[in-house]
Design a protein around this ligand. Structure first.
Ligand code: GLP
Length: 278
């Protein structure tokens, strides 16, 4: 078994209590040991516990690099603090996106490029200004007609199937802005943000009341259509969400739990986020 180069920096890979892998590169060769106990329980979720966000970013960029080399043309992008180092490593990389399309998960209703908390602003600052894409799509939070904007975005997703989707996870298990209770069948739509999400995201705004109450978000069905999904999560405040996603029941009350049903999900998490896994 040859281990792809992307594993070189990592000496531990495991899926909850269910799957443990040890990858090690030595001068004389590569040893690959996998102990498989109950693959079904984790539905092929490949979990990498990394030391920190920088290691996680390097791993995620290596995964992306491999997919691009194999013809990936559309990547799905996320905002938030979890992928910040990922974007930093991407900016410094030699990767070229001039023939790649990006689609973003979500945008706050009412915020546009002029707002430094809009996701379009975030993406320009963290990636697009340094690494222009062939085309980059985000929902338009300032659209006058939200129904039209939603139809436009769903058409964009239909025209550009995502090869590689980056995800974060909310403390309540949301992905994108699909809050607990969101239908697994949902596509892009306007969503009301959960009070706990408004509270969690208030740290980015000058005043808590400035946090928008609604967003335009890809639905779970859109996210699940991606060929490969890489979810990053760091910190102890994500530990409950990670446990529920990996080991809990698949339920709309934990939107991320649907990822157990996807056949190519990679989780990149630190020790703190992994701390409640069994
Ligand atoms: C936000 C975004 C999500 C993001 C999540 C976690 O509300 N809509 O896409 O994954 O919350 O954010 P963070 O990475 O900052 O914890």
């Amino acid at each position: 078994n040859i281990i792809p180069p992307l594993y070189h920096n990592f000496n531990q890979t495991w899926c909850g209590s269910m799957k443990i892998g040890i990858y090690q590169l030595t001068k004389i060769g590569i040893y690959h040991i996998i102990y498989l106990r109950n693959r079904q329980e984790v539905n092929h979720m490949k979990i990498h516990v990394v030391n920190n966000q920088v290691d996680g970013a390097v791993l995620a960029v290596d995964l992306l690099r491999e997919k691009l080399a194999n013809g990936a043309k559309v990547i799905g992008l996320a905002t938030g603090s979890s992928p910040l180092e990922f974007y930093s490593v991407l900016r410094e990389s030699d990767l070229d996106f001039s023939d790649v399309t990006s689609v973003n998960l979500d945008e706050y209703v009412g915020l546009g490029e002029d707002s430094d908390q809009s996701y379009v602003h975030f993406m320009k600052e963290n990636l697009f200004n340094a690494k222009p894409f062939k085309q980059s799509f985000l929902p338009n939070g300032l659209a006058k007609d939200l129904t039209e904007e939603i139809a436009r975005y769903n058409q964009i997703l239909a025209d550009h199937p995502v090869d590689f989707q980056i995800l974060g996870i909310g403390r309540n298990g949301h992905i994108g802005f699909n809050e607990p209770g969101a239908s697994f069948d949902a596509v892009t739509r306007v969503v009301d943000l959960a009070p706990s999400t408004i509270e969690a995201n208030a740290r980015f705004f000058a005043h808590p009341e400035d946090v928008p109450k609604q967003a335009i978000s890809m639905g779970i069905a859109n996210i699940m259509a991606a060929k490969t999904i890489v979810l990053m999560a760091y910190g102890k405040e994500k530990a409950d969400a990670i446990k529920a996603m990996v080991e809990g029941e698949v339920t709309e009350e934990v939107p991320a739990s649907i990822l157990q049903k996807h056949n190519d999900v990679v989780l990149i998490i630190d020790q703190a986020a992994a701390s409640k896994l069994g």
